[in-house]
Design a protein around this ligand. Structure first.
Ligand SMILES: [Zn+2]
Length: 297
């Protein structure tokens, strides 16, 4: 089963060639705004094909917006059988519920836990679960109903659950002043995200154990793929056979180091390089993350 993941990733060279051919469709304006990395080209192309305008979705001149797109942006190149958000970051509950209504959703009962996703996304998950069960395995939600659909308030609450302890930690460590901690705590969410990323660039990390970026621990308010009804957190993520079954049904790990988190892209694994995604390794786990070319790490 692990072998399949390796086999599927092999046609990368061919897909790179596809990526190179793509600049034809990349307008000069988009190249000037977003740059010409494989991901930005695929992102702009995917949105244009949906009749959306990439420059309205994300302000590429804003380093914070670019960073959020780099961390969570894989969902925007998903198959057109599903809807993608009209913004990189939802600003409030109204925007989220409007999108979720338009995208449509369906729920299934996973042993007493409600799992609610876009209809095509749920179908793919249920099909994967059936396959898993046929092999004596299972695919179950991690953390209750929050494993699938979330609302804006959920993302704010989860974000704050990291921010508050980290501010206390860095205050205690003498790396943040009491005034600064207080001020950061009361900033509006967009400004707070930007300020925390600044602190992280100086080594004050805000993840649960303060060892890595908060963005690899919890999504910024309004930026979670769970708001898009395209993500599912899986209990059995350590089982390579389960990951391989999910991949066969279009589910991939796309948020670096968020191990239980899977994103529905609805395509075959060998298509991912052509969608501007590249492999990133984390131990035995394989993440498909936006390929930012020189801009990436
Ligand atoms: Zn998740």
């Amino acid at each position: 089963m692990t072998r399949q993941a390796t086999d599927d990733s092999r046609p990368r060279a061919g897909a790179d060639a596809t990526g190179r051919a793509a600049p034809d469709g990349h307008t000069a304006d988009e190249a000037a705004r977003f740059g010409s990395s494989p991901f930005y080209i695929a992102f702009a192309r995917a949105l244009r094909q949906r009749g959306m305008r990439p420059e309205l979705l994300c302000e590429p001149a804003d380093p914070c917006a670019r960073r959020l797109l780099a961390e969570y942006g894989a969902m925007f190149v998903a198959d057109r059988s599903v809807a993608v958000p009209p913004v990189c970051v939802f600003q409030n509950e109204d925007e989220v519920s409007r999108f979720q209504r338009q995208a449509g959703s369906r729920a299934a009962d996973f042993d007493g836990v409600k799992v609610e996703l876009q209809p095509a996304v749920l179908d793919a998950l249920l099909a994967a679960r059936e396959d898993a069960r046929r092999e004596g395995l299972d695919i179950t939600p991690r953390g209750g109903a929050e494993a699938a659909r979330r609302d804006f308030a959920d993302t704010v609450r989860l974000w704050e659950s990291r921010v508050r302890p980290a501010l206390a930690h860095w205050l205690e460590a003498g790396r943040v002043s009491a005034e600064d901690a207080e001020r950061i705590g009361s900033l509006a969410s967009g400004e707070q995200v930007a300020r925390i990323l600044e602190l992280e660039s100086c080594g004050c990390f805000f993840s649960k154990d303060f060892s890595k970026s908060i963005l690899q621990s919890v999504a910024a308010p309004g930026a979670s793929q769970h708001l898009a009804l395209l993500a599912f957190d899986v209990v059995e993520f350590t089982d390579a056979r389960v990951r391989s079954i999910l991949a066969r049904h279009g589910w991939f790990q796309t948020v670096r180091s968020d191990l239980p988190h899977f994103t529905y892209l609805g395509v075959r694994e060998e298509e991912l390089p052509g969608l501007g995604l590249r492999l990133a390794y984390h131990g035995e786990h394989v993440f498909w993350v936006p390929d930012l070319g020189d801009e990436g790490d």
